[in-house]
Design a protein around this ligand. Structure first.
Ligand code: NAD
Ligand code: GLY
Length: 364
């Protein structure tokens, strides 16, 4: 298992950067080292401020530090909120050497990254993710975005941070529901690229659910290593990076159906991963026993394994066609060849997909 502090590298030539993972990392990591200019703008939200803002500010006492405190929630991940960040940057006379620091979950991280990509055509930024989901997924790999009223993450850019600082202690204040949702993304890495990790998760799930620090640091490290490897191979999702979206086409349909008001992302992804695994069984690739293992592990994390009761297969069919993986009208899905190996394919029959959708909706 991981020692107190671990480093994972995202290798992207001159845009490479480290991910630091450890206990009390906000204080232990030399954050100022990744701030080249004199000024910093910390972007965070009203929930995070009383928890972690002061300890971050203390680490930057040699810099001129401004903060912008956003309203909390996915519904604020939009251009209007982005403008509040720009207001603060311009009003505070921040120049091109200013560094933005995202302190919060994926919502804060995605918005800060996009603001950094746009402000004066690009300023450096640092990710300090404080949810499990952000630590294992959204803070790594440079996808940044805001939502549009007609679609999630529709306006964004690929823009890599200077560093990712993962302080595992921040997970102690995370609500259970958010923690479980993050575990869905951790399990995803086992399913898509690492069968041994999947088995480790099965064996250590009790420790993880107790938020054991060593177990968590290890799970975060392995997740970040898998993501870093995939991103290094395919930064802008021309191919293999799409496997990171296992279950997401089904999951996004659920989130859109509910207008982002009921299930949170990791919950929708959990049910979606089961549907993708079911289709992988029907297409003859994944053994039924591995589908059952997947369901059992997600259920141990209190995650849903069937779609919301009020969704029909027609709802899925309609909403899935809006997915960003639809190319030239052709639906492509991430499926499992076996446990630990995912692929992106349009090689499935619509009859098989309908069969899975109908069965899944009947089971809920
Ligand atoms: P979030 O940012 O909304 O955080 C969830 C909740 O937890 C919020 O209320 C937040 O204020 C609170 N919170 C955060 N850290 C906390 C802590 N340590 N203690 C107590 N409360 C805390 O949600 P999320 O799940 O972190 O991120 C979801 C977002 O990430 C979505 O917008 C999604 O589109 C995006 N995302 C992006 C990528 C990517 O590659 N860029 C990948 C996956 C998800
Ligand atoms: N979360 C999917 C990706 O980063 O590509």
């Amino acid at each position: 298992m991981a020692s107190k502090s671990t480093q994972v590298q995202v290798s992207l030539g001159d845009r490479s950067y480290p991910i630091f993972i450890g206990s009390d990392e906000i204080r232990n990591a030399d954050i100022a080292r990744y701030v080249s200019g004199k000024k910093v703008l910390i972007v965070t939200n009203e929930t995070i401020v009383p928890l972690y803002l002061e300890s971050l500010q203390q680490q930057l006492s040699d810099k001129h530090v401004d903060s912008v405190i956003l309203a909390d929630g996915e519904r604020h991940k939009n251009l209007e909120t982005l403008n509040l960040i720009f207001d603060q940057l311009i009003g505070g006379h921040h120049d091109r050497k200013t560094t933005l620091i995202a302190l919060g979950g994926g919502v804060v991280g995605d918005m800060t990254g996009f603001a950094a990509a746009c402000y004066q055509r690009g300023v450096p930024f640092i990710q300090i993710p404080t949810t499990l989901l952000a630590q294992v997924d959204s803070s790594v790999g440079g996808k940044t975005a805001v939502n549009h009223a007609m679609g999630k993450n529709m306006i964004g850019a690929f823009y890599q941070p200077q560093a990712v600082i993962i302080d595992t202690d921040t997970l102690s204040t995370l609500p259970d529901r958010e923690f479980y949702a993050g575990l869905a993304e951790v399990i995803k890495y086992g399913l898509i690229v690492d069968a041994d990790f999947f088995q480790w998760l099965e064996n250590n799930i009790d420790l993880l659910l107790q938020r054991d620090k060593r177990a968590l640091a290890y799970a975060i490290e392995l997740s970040c290593k898998s993501k870093a490897r995939i991103v290094a191979e395919d930064e802008t999702e021309q191919g293999i990076r799409a496997i990171l979206n296992l279950g997401h086409t089904f999951g996004h349909a659920i989130e859109t159906f509910q207008n982002y008001k009921q299930w949170i992302h990791g919950e929708a992804v959990a049910a979606g991963m089961v549907m993708a695994a079911e289709l992988s069984v029907v297409t003859g690739d994944l053994p039924e026993a591995d589908l059952q293992r997947t369901k059992a592990l997600l259920q141990r994390c209190s995650l849903p394994v069937t779609p919301p009761a009020d969704m029909t297969s027609d709802d899925f069919a309609r909403l899935m066609l809006r997915d960003k993986k639809v190319l030239d009208g052709q639906l492509r899905l991430v499926l499992l060849k076996r446990l630990g190996e995912a692929w992106v394919t349009d090689q499935f029959s619509i009859d098989h997909l309908n069969q899975v959708l109908t069965k899944a909706c009947a089971a809920s």
